[in-house]
Write a protein that binds this ligand. Structure first.
Ligand code: MTE
Length: 328
């Protein structure tokens, strides 16, 4: 690690600090310190902000700023503390606070992902191979949960398309199915019957090939914390969060459309596509607006939900001519 000594403060060089939010928070704090404001209320607020934004103590996983169109949203990033403590990962319990508490039991090494089905080059990938398969990029994505809340997260990973190109899908490959780990010895939530395990999700092949579809290995410049789907997960920013399967162990290319876990459990509520769509309500609630995590003040307004979560320019053409009320 390169270390700069600057007016008595020790900090890493900017090139090593991936997330812009962290970088700016620290810059602001240093600037205040230089102005002699350190120790005043203002400075300590900024310092506390920086703490909430800063990553934990996991292995560093920096990524170069992504050049994929739409990959770097300008919204303020959700605090690291919120991203890593308000989670849906039913294998570790159904409460938002359960995964951060219980996912410590997840063993992420050794880890393999079996890539199989309608491809010319089936292969069991070791995690180390996957980590080296393509350059790591930082992508700042909005993620909208079907429950009506959203976050903005600086992810680290590369386009799923990089892996798909390597395994060479055959002409029969029309869909991709993702299966995630289901191990009772590591996952206390499997004892509860909240879903059929393992957790399964699927995409159409052209959706999976869209450069925004991210194979994620990290967030905030570090490897994924277990509760966020370590060691490898999907991040599909234009779809409701449940499509972004965590802790993936198998990727299978198929001719037939796969059935996801949520679709199987409640087909009238969760469809195969599950694109974020403010015009198609969930049968039990509106999808027109959302609560951005971290903006929970008494007078804070909900944000209007955007078509395809704001990624219409990048993914709209995938659904041209489809009745999105039917294909929800
Ligand atoms: N993946 C698995 N294996 N199990 C889950 O319960 N929950 C999904 C998705 N991926 C889930 C999963 C849901 S509902 C959401 S909103 C996102 O993960 C949450 O990701 P985050 O906790 O990193 O924000």
């Amino acid at each position: 690690m390169h270390v700069l000594k600057d007016r008595g403060f020790t900090h890493r060089t900017p090139s090593e600090i991936t997330p812009a939010a962290v970088y700016h928070a620290r810059r602001e704090w240093l600037a205040r310190a230089a102005l002699g404001l350190a120790g005043t209320g203002l400075a300590s607020f900024a310092a506390r902000d920086a703490l909430a934004q800063a990553p934990g103590k996991l292995a560093a996983l920096p990524g170069a700023r992504s050049a994929v169109p739409g990959a770097m949203v300008m919204d303020k990033a959700t605090a690291y503390a919120d991203v890593t403590s308000y989670n849906n990962f039913y294998e570790f319990g159904t409460d938002k606070s359960d995964p951060a508490r219980t996912a410590g039991s997840l063993k992420t090494r050794p880890w393999t992902v079996s890539v199989e089905g309608e491809i010319k080059k089936p292969k069991v990938y070791d995690l180390a191979e996957l980590l080296k398969l393509a350059p790591m990029e930082e992508r700042i994505y909005r993620l909208r949960c079907v429950e009506g809340w959203s976050m903005v997260v600086p992810w680290v990973g590369y386009s799923l398309a990089e892996l798909i190109r390597q395994v060479e899908p055959t002409g029969n490959a029309k869909f991709v199915q993702f299966t995630t780990l289901a191990d009772k010895t590591q996952m206390p939530g499997l004892r509860g019957g909240s879903l059929d395990w393992p957790y399964v999700e699927g995409l159409r092949l052209d959706e999976a090939m869209n450069p925004l579809a991210l194979l994620g290995f990290g967030l905030y410049g570090e490897v994924l914390p277990n509760q966020n789907g370590a060691p490898v997960r999907l991040v599909l920013p234009w779809k409701y969060g449940f499509k972004s399967a965590k802790s993936i162990v198998k990727i299978r290319f198929t001719e037939k459309q796969p059935v996801g876990s949520w679709e199987r459990s409640q087909p009238s509520e969760y469809g195969f596509y599950s694109n974020v769509n403010p015009q198609v309500d969930h049968p039990r609630w509106s999808q027109a607006s959302e609560r951005r995590i971290g903006e929970d003040g008494l007078f804070t307004k909900r944000r209007p939900t955007l078509m395809f979560n704001g990624y219409e320019a990048q993914v709209g053409q995938l659904y041209a001519g489809m009745d999105l009320k039917k294909f929800y």
